[in-house]
Design a protein around this ligand. Sequence first.
Ligand SMILES: Cc1ncc(COP(=O)(O)O)c(C=O)c1O
Length: 362
Amino acid sequence: MTERVFNFNAGPATLPLPVLEEAQREMLNYRGSGMSVMEMSHRSKEYEAINNEAEANMKELLGLGDNYRVLFLQGGASTQFAMVPMNFLQAGQRADYILTGSWSEKAQKEAAKLGQTHIAATTQEGNYKRIPSLEEIQLSEAPAYVHITSNNTIFGTQWQSFPDFGDIPLVADMSSDILCKLFDANKFALIYAGAQKNLGPSGVTVVVIRQDMIEKAATNIPTMLRYDIHAKNNSLYNTPPSYSVYMVNLVLKWLKAQGGLAAMEQRNLEKAALIYDVIDNSNGFYTGHADKDSRSTMNITFRLPNEDLEKTFASEATKQGMIGLKGHRSVGGMRASTYNAMSREGCQALSDFMKEFMRKNG
Ligand SMILES: Cc1ncc(COP(=O)(O)O)c(C=O)c1O
């Protein structure tokens, strides 16, 4: 392959080309420092500036003020599954989980090892095709927090608007849709996301946390799992994943230059429509997994009439430079991940390919 492909992988995923080019330009000598960011002390002025800029850019994009911090941690979103209850689920309390897919199940199971949990709603019946309605959500009495997964990477569903439980802290795993659209981040007590889908390369997990949560976080747990320690130390308690943070900052700068979240939202809706329209106009040749009112703009899941055709679809797409379209085994079929960095051209190419494939095989 001599050309860059259209990479529809779920994560690690495609990155904006201008970001990769900027990283390439700065690779050997970062702004006259004579070294790569990879080689730089995390205690240097240069790195401190990157770290601070990444936090400021994230807050600016999310419209957050001084009552929030942004932390750059390691261990992936999977470590957050444990870190959230370790810090906020005290003895005698209960935490509520809304299950919309395998990742929320994993988050809930991890919390259940550490304390009491309550499943406030689940859409498992029907294999997580949809997001529950507000009426379906039955909270326990005074839960320590409510946890949701904003976008279900495997099933291709996404919360279209977020619930509001008043003073009860709302915690969200936004690994696969953070910064994909305008939303009121001030409604959240804590947001976490592995960077490798919509924010940058793997290796860093972004945690957006409200100040009052930092203040009430547990202190009798291992140091590296304490939010207050990471916040107090500006994410520099120990050696951070510095190159990944640098890359995330380049992505954040790119996002701002694109027009921020409102522009991304518009673009993502248009990109996803290019593919959903083919599914909806295929007379059942393509069938979407997600219910229409729960569809994700980030992960588009669909099946073909049989598994042989699905295999052929994937291999022919690969030959045409579109890779990573095989779906997750628990849904089967295909999945096109169309994160912020996936270009409109990529979605158009897939849309055209789907029409042509149906013409030949339908
Ligand atoms: C919604 C969601 N949460 C959590 C994870 C796990 O993330 P990590 O691999 O960073 O632990 C993923 C990974 O695909 C995901 O899609």
